[in-house]
Design a protein around this ligand. Structure first.
Ligand SMILES: [Zn+2]
Ligand SMILES: [Zn+2]
Ligand SMILES: [Zn+2]
Ligand SMILES: [Zn+2]
Ligand SMILES: [Zn+2]
Length: 159
């Protein structure tokens, strides 16, 4: 008959059970990471192989091998693309880079003015508005009226 060893949960035949149990308690130890019984002499290796802590290269924190992939995907220092040019880099670099990158100037395709890249989206909106306002068909009455929100376009009856 086999008996279950309480230390290692293995079925051990009863004729060596006591021997085993003594051996088990003496030479095995529970791995605190995975709760397996590991020979004490192997524990270090076991931990190194199965529970080795790896350093996240982004934040320098340590994680188990099986966790590091998940962590790296959500690490707050993980590389992200620059808002302006799309270059991917780690956060600490990116902060500096975006500052410089956003302050580069580029020529507005619509008006030809040089505008900083970070202001370009805003500029383009204004620029297109201005171009529309300048369009000859809507030009006449605008001069004195300034910018009112035009709910309805009033037409004066003439003649
Ligand atoms: Zn055992
Ligand atoms: Zn373990
Ligand atoms: Zn990290
Ligand atoms: Zn950039
Ligand atoms: Zn422009």
């Amino acid at each position: 008959m086999d008996k279950k060893c309480p230390s290692c949960n293995k079925d051990i035949s009863s004729d060596i059970f006591e021997l085993h149990q003594v051996h088990c308690e003496r030479f095995l130890t529970k791995c605190d990471e995975c709760k397996e019984m590991i020979p004490k002499a192997n524990l270090e290796n076991h931990k190194k192989e199965l529970h080795a802590k790896l350093k996240c290269s982004y934040c320098q924190k340590q994680f188990e091998e099986k966790e590091i992939g998940i962590h790296k995907a959500i690490c707050e220092n993980r590389p992200r693309p620059c808002l302006f040019c799309g270059a991917v880099m780690e956060l600490n670099e990116l902060i500096k880079h975006e500052e410089d990158c956003g302050n580069r100037t580029d020529e507005c395709e619509a008006c030809g003015k040089y505008v900083t890249i970070k202001n370009m989206p805003q500029h383009l909106v204004e620029c297109f508005e201005e171009i529309e306002n300048r369009a000859p068909s809507v030009r006449k009455r605008k001069m004195s009226e300034e910018k009112k929100p035009n709910k309805k376009r009033l037409r004066k009856n003439k003649g």
